[in-house]
Design a binder for this molecule. Sequence first.
Ligand SMILES: CC(C)(COP(=O)(O)OP(=O)(O)OC[C@H]1O[C@@H](n2cnc3c(N)ncnc32)[C@H](O)[C@@H]1OP(=O)(O)O)[C@@H](O)C(=O)NCCC(=O)NCCS
Length: 153
Amino acid sequence: MIIRRAVKKDLNKVYLIELASFPEPWSREFFAYFIEAANTVFLVAVEDDVVGYVIWMLESTSLIKPSDGLNIGHLLNLAVKREYRGRKIASSLLSELFKEIGEYKPVATYLEVACSNQAAVKLYLKFNFKIISTIPKYYRVEGDAYLMVHTLI
Ligand SMILES: CC(C)(COP(=O)(O)OP(=O)(O)OC[C@H]1O[C@@H](n2cnc3c(N)ncnc32)[C@H](O)[C@@H]1OP(=O)(O)O)[C@@H](O)C(=O)NCCC(=O)NCCS
């Protein structure tokens, strides 16, 4: 398996995994946007074909600017093709992601995950994300979400 940056020709495969993975999937256009967006790391895991992906974006707020040296990232999406789960593909994607985002020197990366999604919550806890709070009714279908944060300071 290799992990590499996503390119346009990966879009269809990524989108099919998304559709099979989430009750409220992103649109195809969202993925197309993130392939080209600035300050974004969009990685795919490839084993013959695309079998997983992760998307991270540098957060830009009016309060904290990159020049303040306080970069914060948002882990936006992560999924692995069903037949390939349980083979450490998400773990490999996250390990590679943390290397790739090093150039932004983020002090923290945050994410939202459905409280009911035990597999993902366990994965993130393993990668030293901490549960900070619960966001009620964050998802229309899955309901409440945890806000989880990984800090480097
Ligand atoms: C969550 C998901 C990305 C995990 O992918 P994966 O490649 O199977 O994960 P890994 O094999 O790297 O597992 C790493 C760790 O995650 C946890 N984990 C993964 N699948 C699990 C499961 N079914 N049940 C419990 N823990 C699980 C475990 O801690 C595991 O470590 P261990 O095997 O040493 O116990 C995958 O199940 C998926 O795509 N789910 C649907 C989409 C999704 O929920 N994405 C996250 C949204 S925020």
